[in-house]
Design a protein around this ligand. Structure first.
Ligand SMILES: Nc1nc2c(ncn2[C@@H]2O[C@H](COP(=O)(O)OP(=O)(O)O)[C@@H](O)[C@H]2O)c(=O)[nH]1
Ligand SMILES: [Mg+2]
Length: 366
């Protein structure tokens, strides 16, 4: 599934820094056309076409090459074994990176910030002369990696197991986020994962708002062989979660997975309802479910939901649908919320632990 993305990136890598050249060539073409114009002799158009074809051929050829370090740097490097990266060396790579970040759903301001920071770190840095292009690329990869590993360290399974061992259960997890992001489906995936790990769970069908949401939870629960606590449509979601917690306590069930109705971060009354759920049910974790394909809006959503219900983690869904995980960079760069899992399909097993290397490989392939 990611082959296409890699190809896209490498095509784009090869095309780097060509914008300037293309503009120069266009100017050249225009100047030549101007010169040729007064003659108006026959066959003029054909000659011009041939020249243009020739130039486009050269341009295509050039596009196949990756951006290069400057000749001066190379010569110095040959003598010294080490070189200092100049602005001219770094700029084409950074320009490539800027476009790659934007193409990979990274928020615009975050992309600018990351490129700016890399510029500061890279220019003037001494690196080995082995393979300069590779060295610069490695610098970029390790800088992205730093951001991508910034908030890591929360292990949902581990925390659920710890609470179980202390006999303080059940471990309560509230899933929240916008409509259609994949909350109910992700709850089913998490239930499946817990079951596989020998941890019991019950689903609280607390989306009492959307038609068929309760049935959707019930169908998943039945297929997975776990219990579900339901109310009627329009019922208070906090009270259903309350009942689910009581049910789990009475039966020694380890984890309560609490669903919720989808809401926009801008809808004040629904956000108030969410705050009430947090107040009443005191979840051990609040997990935001967002679409990996959400682009720029995702960061704002995470910030608003975090302000309303202190998020403990994010699960990004639909990475199988042309998403590259780039927006994890936005979240991790601008908030303190860790990314926990990626949803990679509609099957119960399509839940992949968050992997920063996977994201880096998509943005700057090795
Ligand atoms: N391709 C794909 N589809 C998903 C994924 N997660 C959820 N979906 C689909 O997204 C749609 C909305 O999911 P749902 O769980 O009902 O969203 P909710 O409104 O947030 O509860 C459903 O059709 C799911 O099958 C995923 O990781 N990949
Ligand atoms: Mg739902």
């Amino acid at each position: 599934m990611f082959e296409g993305l890699k190809k896209k990136f490498s095509d784009f890598v090869e095309g780097l820094s060509k914008k300037e050249k293309i503009e120069e060539e266009r100017a050249e073409e225009k100047a030549e056309e101007k010169k040729a114009e007064p003659k108006k002799e026959e066959g003029k158009t054909q000659v011009r076409e041939e020249r243009r074809e020739e130039r486009h051929g050269e341009r295509r050829e050039e596009r196949r090459k990756a951006p290069d370090v400057t000749l001066t740097t190379k010569i110095k490097g040959a003598f010294l074994g080490k070189v200092r990266v100049s602005e001219k060396d770094a700029d084409p790579f950074l320009e490539q990176l800027r476009v790659a970040l934007l193409q990979n759903d990274v928020n615009y301001d975050v992309a600018e910030k990351l490129v700016g920071r890399l510029h500061e770190n890279l220019v003037g840095k001494e690196i080995g002369t082995g393979e300069l292009q590779k060295e610069i690329k490695n610098e970029i990869r390790s800088s992205l990696m730093q951001t991508l590993t910034k908030n890591s360290g929360i292990d949902v399974l581990q925390r659920a197991k710890e609470k179980k061992q202390k006999g303080e259960g059940p471990f309560k997890v509230l899933f929240l986020g916008p409509n259609g992001a994949g909350k109910t489906t992700t709850i089913a995936k998490v239930a499946h994962m817990l079951k596989t790990e020998g941890i019991s769970c019950v689903i609280s069908a607390s989306d009492t708002f959307r038609a068929a949401a309760i049935e959707q939870s019930a169908i998943h629960a039945k297929r997975l062989g776990v219990d579900v606590i339901k109310g009627v449509y329009g019922a208070d979601p906090a009270s259903i979660a309350f009942d689910a917690v009581a049910y789990a306590k009475a039966r020694n069930i380890d984890v309560v997975l609490i669903d919720s109705a989808g809401r926009q971060e801008t809808n004040k009354s629904l956000i108030e309802e969410l705050k009430k759920m947090v107040r009443v049910n005191k979840p051990d974790m609040c997990i935001f479910i967002g679409e990996g394909i959400a682009g720029n809006s995702l960061l704002e959503q995470v910030k608003r939901f975090d302000a309303a219900a202190k998020l403990d983690g994010v699960i990004l869904t639909k990475l199988d649908v042309d998403a590259k995980g780039g927006n994890t960079l936005s979240i991790l760069s601008d908030t303190s919320v860790p990314v926990l899992y990626f949803g990679t399909g509609e099957k119960y097993t399509d839940l992949m632990p968050y992997d920063p290397k996977f994201v880096v490989d998509n943005i700057v392939p090795n």
